[in-house]
Ligand binder design. Structure first.
Ligand code: GLY
Ligand code: MN
Ligand code: MN
Length: 456
């Protein structure tokens, strides 16, 4: 969609981006003295190395799809103490920028030029030593950034305008920007001067690329799902009648952090008793009672990728026969969908398979109506850097895609809700459970809970 706002950007840029400014581009700065060099591996967000070959392959794949033109992608900005958030180092990278760089650095830009001689340029703000007394070391436009990013051309951000103007002149193609309604990039784009006549949104292309995960992304998802499993185990171990929902949440999230999670992928849902029937309940303030079920829907984020896992368990460690019957139907429904997962199948088909299975096996469990009438949400969504990850839901499955399978039955009249959610990787011949670490059958859950310490 090419909005009026975009047309305005084009005009502003056209007015103030003479290509002759290219000559003012500064070369990469002299490397910092040795003392700083040794600390560079500890730059905020730089503790993890970039898979430079993978991100370069992603950039090449994007340019091959675009054919001609220039892509300009901004990094996220830090939130400000007082104005935006309570702590000024609360920073999460923009997903599009991360996908093509794996850098967690602030206020950067990535410029890519498609065509016969494709190129990548990374723009970084100059370092500010006085600021770094507060923030710690930052990545600046120097040879350290070249080494860490695997991008050979790194320039200061104040050279962005002339370099962009030249790239557009050379590319003789459109300018692609990530026009993301969830970020505040519009203002920044407006502030940047460019001379493109033809501006397009790069997000549909990037989003379709993000649907199929490469090996590095799958490794990140494995880490996130593993940590999440440990968190769910800790939640089950912390549960006992009379525990407050937030106590269970605290045990869950403590295990996330103890095992290296960067943050939660979304607010943790810990709903007990009647709260099990509210899909996105995240107040987590009720005191549990003997006989309650507890729905915990929570995922750890690691390396920008999040898990999305739900377990339902009895707060006292023992399912009633009624709870078990509902639980087992949800579990078998999930298995039926998993068993049908293979390349070529669509999410819509899996949804139908799951609902048909639930309907066919409901008996009178949910009264006159079939239980699938109480399965009030979709079966699946894509998973990746976003918990509800980007991508077209009509796309048939391919190896490397990752999505959730999360059937549920919610009976508000009984204060009884069950959801079971796991993350699944599509393989060449079928699928693999990624989030298998947390116990899932009633037997496994009861066994784990029977061995929990008598006091939390
Ligand atoms: N955790 C949100 C969802 O499962 O969609
Ligand atoms: Mn989900
Ligand atoms: Mn979930």
């Amino acid at each position: 969609m090419r909005s009026l706002l975009l047309a305005a950007f084009v005009v502003v840029r056209a007015a103030a981006a003479p290509a002759s400014l290219v000559a003012q581009t500064r070369p990469a700065a002299v490397p910092p003295p040795l003392g700083v060099w040794t600390a560079v591996a500890e730059l905020p967000g730089m503790g993890r190395s970039v898979d430079t070959a993978r991100v370069a392959a992603r950039r090449r794949a994007l340019l091959a799809r675009i054919g001609r033109g220039v892509v300009l992608i901004p990094a996220a900005h830090e939130r400000e103490l007082e104005r935006d958030y309570v702590q000024d180092n609360d920073f999460r990278q923009n997903n599009t920028f991360f996908y093509f760089t794996e850098l967690e650095t602030q206020d950067a830009w990535l410029l890519l030029r498609a065509g016969d001689a494709p190129e990548a340029v990374l723009f970084l703000p100059d370092r500010a030593p006085a600021q770094e007394r507060w923030t710690g070391l930052r990545l600046g436009p120097d040879s350290t950034a070249v080494r860490l990013s695997g991008i050979s051309r790194v320039l200061p951000t104040d050279s962005l305008d002339p370099v962009l103007a030249l790239a557009l002149a050379r590319a003789r193609g459109p300018l692609y920007l990530p026009l993301d309604p969830t970020t505040r990039d519009e203002q920044r784009f407006r502030d940047i001067v460019f001379s493109a006549r033809d501006v397009r949104n790069v997000r549909p292309t990037v989003d379709s690329m993000r649907l199929v995960k490469d090996g590095d992304e799958i490794a990140r998802l494995r880490k996130a799902t593993d940590i999440s499993g440990l968190g769910h185990i800790a939640a089950m171990q912390a549960a006992r009648p009379g525990a407050w929902e937030y106590e269970i949440e605290a045990a869950l999230e403590a295990a996330f952090r103890r095992n290296g999670a960067d943050r939660v992928g979304y607010p943790s849902i810990v709903g007990s008793g009647p709260n099990t029937t509210t899909l996105h309940y995240d107040v987590n303030r009720r005191q549990t009672r003997d006989g309650d079920l507890v729905v915990v829907d929570a995922g750890a984020e690691w390396g920008q990728y999040t898990a999305d896992v739900t377990r339902t368990f009895p707060v006292n460690g023992k399912f009633t026969s009624r709870q078990k019957a509902i639980y087992d139907l949800v579990l078998a429904t999930q298995q039926a969908a998993f068993d049908s997962t293979r390349p070529g199948v669509t999410i819509a088909q899996l949804n139908r398979i799951a609902r048909d299975y639930m309907r066919g096996h409901s008996g009178t469990l949910c009264g006159a109506e079939s239980c699938d009438g109480y399965f009030i949400h979709g079966l699946s969504h894509w998973l990746g850097m976003d918990v509800h990850d980007v991508g077209d839901y009509g796309t048939p499955l391919k190896p490397g895609m990752v999505f959730t399978i999360e059937p549920g039955i919610y009976l508000p009249a009984e204060g009884l809700g069950v959801r079971i959610e796991d993350d699944v990787l599509v393989t060449a011949n079928g699928a693999e459970w990624l989030s298998a670490r947390a116990p899932k059958t009633t037997v496994e859950i009861e066994r784990l809970m029977s061995s929990r310490p008598s006091r939390p």
